[in-house]
Write a protein that binds this ligand. Structure first.
Ligand code: UDP
Length: 329
């Protein structure tokens, strides 16, 4: 029996593949490598270069590889890009997920773990955000993910598929053993940008707005270590395999850091100062968003091991250094 990981060459997907292979699971990675990397995939996993919306391919893999669970990461993930190219996002995130869910149902796969996002909440009214908060996504990206959650709920009611939809807050950091990390070129993520700047890959960076209604005026986010996030997927899979009900759960630590606090941490941990300017607000950024992790802790027994901003930054810096060495080869 094996697990199909779509998008297993990507940032979070590649950590999940290591998490599974470390636990002795058989893993098949399906990725079109449009943004992921084959070298990021654990060597024990089987790699298939293809499209998760290709129903004939997925049905064949399920039959030939004895796949009993699907962990679905493949998709597009930039909020700003989704505003400019909404139909591409609805194709990649919604239409292809529909095809994949249908193939799971027709091929008899019973367990499905889906990579969702805190963007389904839009700008929350209160903190911390629990799963029953109003769902008001503010971008095609958030809507494309919420539509997939809705399809999963309906397919689960009609066809008996059981699923976990995990709503990620701000994912950061890299594999504590240094085997993979965020390798995307032109990332827009704060921790990665600050680490790149600390290492001189960028001449400086900007804070997008310091006039928010927060203590230091910059936006507050709940940064979760990618290794704890991968473990949450492992816990979800265990829950479903044990016969547990479908679940929708936030993935975050329940505490927030401001943009300035993150940048100061990167400066302190790296021991390097770098130029930081204050620019205008980035459209669509909520002032603060922090998860309530109560549900995932209660229902899945998830216990974070890396809830520490210094540790997150340390691992991200180490990965940035490894990437520099790799790219110079
Ligand atoms: N941010 C920033 N400068 C950057 C990148 C990000 O000030 O170069 C801010 C961004 O406006 C947001 C926070 O950092 O308030 C986290 O942004 P990121 O893109 O990492 O994640 P998001 O919260 O948008 O998913």
């Amino acid at each position: 029996m094996s697990v199909l990981v779509t998008g297993g060459g990507g940032y979070i997907g590649s950590h999940m593949v290591w998490h599974l292979t470390d636990a002795g699971e058989e893993v098949v990675v399906l990725d079109d490598f449009s943004s992921g990397f084959e070298w990021a995939v654990a060597p024990e996993a089987r790699i298939v270069n293809g499209d998760c919306g290709d129903q004939a391919l997925v049905a064949r893999l399920i039959a030939e590889q004895g796949i009993e669970a699907i962990v679905h990461f493949a998709g597009s993930l930039l909020v700003g890009e989704s505003v400019a190219k909404p139909l591409a996002y609805y194709l990649n995130n919604t239409v292809k997920s529909r095809s994949l869910i249908e193939t799971a149902v027709t091929s008899g796969v019973k367990h499905f773990v889906f990579s969702s996002t805190a963007a389904v909440y839009g700008t929350p009214e209160s903190f911390p955000v629990s799963e029953d908060a109003p769902l008001r996504p503010e971008s095609p990206y958030g809507r494309s993910k919420l539509m997939t959650e809705m399809m999963l709920a309906d397919a689960s009611a009609a066809h008996g598929l059981r699923y976990a939809a995990l709503r990620y807050f701000n994912v950061a950091g890299a594999d504590p053993r240094g085997r993979t990390g965020e390798s995307t070129r032109d990332s827009t993520h704060l921790v990665k940008i600050a680490c790149e700047t600390a290492l001189g890959k960028r001449p400086g960076m900007a804070i997008f707005g310091d006039d928010y209604p927060t203590p230091d005026g910059t936006c507050i986010r709940d940064y979760i270590h990618v290794a704890d996030l991968a473990a949450a997927h492992g816990d979800a899979l265990r829950h479903l395999r044990a016969g547990g009900d479908s679940i929708i759960a936030n993935c975050g630590y329940g505490r927030g850091f401001s943009v300035r606090e993150v940048i100061d941490t990167v400066k302190r941990v790296s021991g390097r100062d770098f130029p930081v300017s204050v620019g205008p607000r980035r459209p669509g950024d909520p002032s603060a968003i922090v998860a309530s992790p109560a549900l995932i802790m209660d229902r899945l027994g998830w216990r974070p091991k890396y809830d520490n901003l210094d540790g997150i930054v340390e691992s991200a810096l180490r990965w940035e250094e490894a990437l520099s060495r790799r790219n110079h080869l």
